[in-house]
Design a protein around this ligand. Sequence first.
Ligand SMILES: [Mg+2]
Length: 301
Amino acid sequence: MRELEFIEWIQGRSDFDATKVPVGPGDDCAIVRLGDSDLLVTTDQALDGVHFVLAEHGPRAAGRKVMARGLSDVAAMACVPLAAVATATLPRGFPPSDAEELYRGMRDLADEYHCPLVGGDVAGWDGALCLSATVFARRAGVSGGVEPVLRGGARVGDAICVTGTLGGAWKSRKHLEFMPRIAEAVELAISCRIRSMIDISDSLARDLQHICTASGVGAEIVAADVPLNEGSALHDALHDGEDYELLFTVSQAWARKLCDRQPLSVPITRIGTIVKGDGLTLIGADGTQSDLEPTGWEHGT
Ligand SMILES: [Mg+2]
């Protein structure tokens, strides 16, 4: 069974009391009600040979990456991390100095984001290095006044925007070195009404499809407007994934203001429009329209 099919199968079996679990599986974080506030939680894995190559990237980069993936999911909800727990399944004979590096990779990034690493579990086995990180988060703003941003709020006519530049994240090592966009996401959510948001982990096309599916809409992307990383082609930016930039929708008026003012430390670029329907369309330089397949990074297939 493919990864996405399995997730959909689980979602079909998830039935929660919405007063206790307002958001279950299917967004970047789940939301659990905790008294008068929300507790957000997300969990991510990083596996040797899938999300990193231990022999090439080293243990510190591997530890950093698993923590960064979790923090990026918190950014996608425009929330603030509270604490993290992590697990490491070490190959037999894993050197203690490498285990310490692994921990330092996780811990240094968590510290940078004021997210204490408060616990976890370590085991050994005959397989490759497997890591996981679970990050807990809260609403942003004074007294938690900023509503978490979900994938399902995009409306027909919304502008589609991204932060930063896209494509070639494996080649450039950005997938190991990216900074989760938490401050940027919170600033956006405080300064304007973001209708939907996700972090680009699978790929621009696939993550945009997640927003469209959750919102019951379609999307048009203008090829010439997609911001490319140096050395990347359009195809890389659309389908590579692992950029961990923010992909969000706002009203046309807000998109104009954001693009004019550029309030973040990273560029904001408008790349398209939310439309009626359910699929993705790519508009080429000569105005021709073609279907944009929501393909991207799929692990283990
Ligand atoms: Mg995500």
